[in-house]
Design a protein around this ligand. Structure first.
Ligand SMILES: Cc1cc2nc3c(=O)[nH]c(=O)nc-3n(C[C@H](O)[C@H](O)[C@H](O)COP(=O)(O)OP(=O)(O)OC[C@H]3O[C@@H](n4cnc5c(N)ncnc54)[C@H](O)[C@@H]3O)c2cc1C
Length: 447
C-alpha cells in the first residue's frame, strides 16, 4: 500500500500500515514492530508538507483512535484521543459548552499531528496549540504506555512538540475554554500601510493576520475578536459561493492559468486582490477560525522574532521581484505568544511572527522556498516543523536554547531510534547526544 500526504507530493511504500482501534492494540503494534526490527512512524491526517511521516517500516495510522475520553468542565480540561480530527473535537467540545482557545487555518488535522508540529493560529496573547497540553499518554518502543504529567516536566516539555520522534502519543489532556463567539472582519488594504501599521493591528485585535499576493501591492487583512453579538449566519448557498466557488474553485482556475502561462501571474494576482471585498462574519469560534482549503499547494513557514517581521517581509517581497519568481499563492503573516514550555516550539522563548510562503501544486517551488529560507535565517528564523525547509540538526541546534534537554529525553525514551525515519535523522540527528551538535548539514537548496 502506498501512503501519500495531503499535498500529494510525499509518499512511501511502508512494510506495514497498521490502524489500531484501542490503546492496547497500539501498544501491540509498536511492540511487534520493534520485535521485527522495524521503525514506526505515527500518521495523523497527512497534512504536513515534508517527508515527516514516510518510512519503509511501519506507519501507524491514528484514525482508529478518536473521540473525547472525558471532560472536566469546572477545571476546563478535556482528555482526547490523539487521532481525533480537530473538526470533530470542536463539535464534541461545543456539546459541553467548551472550545479550543485558538485554531489554525483549517480543522482537518489530527490532534496528535497538530500538537507534534506546533501547529498554530494567530493571536499575540495565544500560544501554539501544543501550549494547551496539560498531560499526555505515550506508547514507547517496547509497547509500554507512559503517562506523562507535570510531575515529569522534562518529558512533558519534550513531548509536546516532538514530530513523532519519542513514541506514539495515544491521548492528550488539553486545557479548554468556555465556548465563545467571534466577529471576523476581512479588509483589503494597501500593502505598505498594512506593514507600517502592523504593531497596532496585532496588539489591537485578539487574532490578526494578513495575506499578500506578490506583485499586487495589496494586503488582505483578517481581524477577529471575541463578541457577544448574535451570530450573523450565512445561508448554505452564500457559504458555498464564497468559501468553495470564490476561495477555492476560482483560485484554483486562476492558479492553473498562471501555471500554464507564468507571465500572466502578476495580472492574475491583481485580479484576485481586486475581487476581494470587505466582509464581516459573526459565528461560534470553531466556525470562524478554519477555512476550506481544497486547492492543493506546498508550503514553507518561518517563525521569526516578532520585531523582525516588517523587515523580513519587505526583504522577501523585494527578493520575489528582483529574482522574478512567478508566485501565484499569497504570503501569510500571523502572530503567536512566546511558548515558554515546549523545548522544540519554533516560538520557544520569544513573541513570534510567522511568515508562510506557498506554491501551487505542480509548480517549481524549491528555488523560491530556498530564497525565503535564506532571508528567514538572516532574521533568526526557525522553520515550522510540518513544512518544507532544508535545515539539519547541526543548523537547528543553535537555534533552540533547550535543544540538549530535548535530546536527553529522546535518548531516555527512544535510545534505539525506533521512531526515526530519514526526515527525523536529518532534522534531529541520530539518537546519540554526542552527535547532535555536529557541523551544519543544511542542503542550501530545498528540494
Ligand atoms: C491545507 C493546510 C493548512 C494548514 N494550516 C496550518 C495552520 O494554519 N497552522 C499551522 O501551524 N499549520 C498548518 N498546517 C500544517 C499542519 O497543521 C501540520 O503539518 C500538522 O502536523 C498536520 O497534522 P496531521 O494530523 O495531518 O499530521 P501528520 O502530517 O500526519 O503528522 C505530522 C507529524 O506528527 C507526527 N504525529 C502525528 N500523530 C502523532 C501521534 N499521535 N503521536 C506522535 N506523533 C504524531 C507524525 O509522525 C509527523 O511527524 C496546514 C497544512 C495544510 C495541508
Amino acid at each position: 500500500m502506498t501512503w501519500t500526504n495531503w499535498a500529494g507530493d510525499e509518499s512511501c511504500r511502508p512494510a506495514v500500515v497498521a490502524q489500531p482501534g484501542s490503546v492496547d492494540e497500539l501498544s501491540d503494534v509498536v511492540a511487534r514492530a520493534t520485535a521485527a526490527g522495524r521503525t514506526a512512524r505515527a500518521a495523523g491526517a497527512g497534512h504536513s508538507f515534508g517527508d515527516l511521516v514516510p518510512t519503509s517500516g511501519v506507519i501507524v495510522s491514528l484514525d482508529g483512535l478518536g473521540g473525547v475520553l472525558s471532560v472536566d468542565t469546572a477545571a476546563g480540561l478535556a482528555r482526547v484521543a490523539a487521532g481525533t480530527r480537530l473538526r470533530d473535537l470542536n463539535v464534541l467540545l461545543a456539546a459541553h459548552g467548551l472550545a479550543l482557545a485558538n485554531l489554525g487555518d483549517i480543522d482537518r488535522q489530527s490532534v496528535g499531528g497538530a500538537m507534534s508540529t506546533a501547529t498554530h493560529g494567530t493571536g499575540r496573547r495565544l500560544g501554539n496549540l501544543a501550549t494547551q497540553i496539560e498531560a499526555l499518554d505515550i506508547v514507547l518502543a517496547d509497547g509500554s504506555l507512559l503517562a506523562v504529567t507535570a510531575d515529569d516536566p522534562e518529558i512533558l516539555r519534550a513531548a509536546r512538540v516532538s514530530i513523532g520522534a519519542l513514541g506514539i502519543i495515544a491521548s492528550y489532556t488539553l486545557r479548554v475554554v468556555p465556548a465563545f463567539r467571534l466577529r471576523c472582519e476581512h479588509h483589503a488594504a494597501p500593502l505598505e500601510e498594512t506593514i507600517a501599521g502592523l504593531d497596532e493591528a496585532v496588539d489591537g485585535n485578539d487574532h490578526y493576520e494578513f495575506f499578500i499576493f506578490p506583485h499586487a501591492g495589496q494586503a488582505w487583512t483578517k481581524a477577529t475578536n471575541r463578541t457577544s453579538e448574535p451570530a450573523v449566519s450565512r445561508g448554505r448557498l452564500s457559504r458555498y459561493v464564497n468559501d468553495i466557488v470564490v476561495e477555492n474553485r476560482l483560485l484554483d482556475g486562476l492558479c492553473r492559468l498562471g501555471r500554464a502561462w507564468p507571465r500572466l501571474i502578476p495580472r492574475l494576482n491583481r485580479l484576485i486582490t481586486g475581487l476581494a471585498s470587505d466582509s464581516v462574519r459573526i459565528d461560534d469560534s470553531y466556525q470562524i477560525f478554519p477555512s476550506v482549503r481544497d486547492v492543493r499547494f506546498t508550503e514553507t513557514e518561518w517563525a521569526l522574532p516578532r520585531a523582525a517581521c516588517a523587515g523580513a517581509l519587505r526583504d522577501m517581497l523585494a527578493m520575489i521581484e528582483r529574482r522574478r519568481f512567478d508566485v501565484n499563492f499569497p504570503l501569510e503573516v500571523r502572530f503567536v505568544a512566546a511558548d515558554e514550555e515546549s523545548f522544540l516550539s519554533p516560538s520557544y522563548g520569544r513573541e513570534t511572527a510567522y511568515i508562510a510562503a506557498h506554491m501551487y501544486r505542480g509548480m517549481e517551488w524549491a528555488p523560491y522556498f530556498t530564497a525565503v529560507q535564506e532571508i528567514a535565517l538572516a532574521y533568526d528564523g526557525r522553520p515550522h516543523w510540518g513544512k518544507r525547509h532544508s535545515l539539519g540538526a547541526g543548523d537547528l541546534a543553535p537555534r533552540y536554547p533547550a535543544w540538549d534537554r530535548f535530546q536527553a529525553v529522546r535518548t531516555r525514551l527512544d535510545p534505539a531510534g525506533r521512531f526515526t525515519n530519514e526526515h527525523v535523522r536529518r532534522v534531529l540527528g541520530a539518537v546519540d547526544a554526542a552527535t547532535h551538535k555536529g557541523g551544519s548539514n543544511v542542503q542550501h537548496r530545498i528540494g
